[in-house]
Design a protein around this ligand. Structure first.
Ligand SMILES: [Zn+2]
Length: 61
């Protein structure tokens, strides 16, 4: 699996079907059909980055 955001395969597993990219610091969660991408805001809030990707890009293969 590769990071949807930067393409790196330097991902750590942080939970069931949940990954963290050590390269660009986004959290990727595998939902049933689509990946959920989230990043940390400047104040530390987890915000969804799904808007940055097309549904095709987020599709679980
Ligand atoms: Zn990344």
């Amino acid at each position: 699996m590769r990071c949807l955001n930067c393409g790196s395969n330097h991902l750590g597993e942080i939970g069931p079907s949940q990954y963290y990219c050590w390269n660009c610091y986004v959290e990727i969660k595998k939902e049933r059909h689509l990946y959920d991408v989230a990043g940390l805001d400047r104040d530390g809030t987890l915000v969804s980055l799904n808007d940055l990707f097309t549904e095709d890009e987020r599709r679980v293969e």
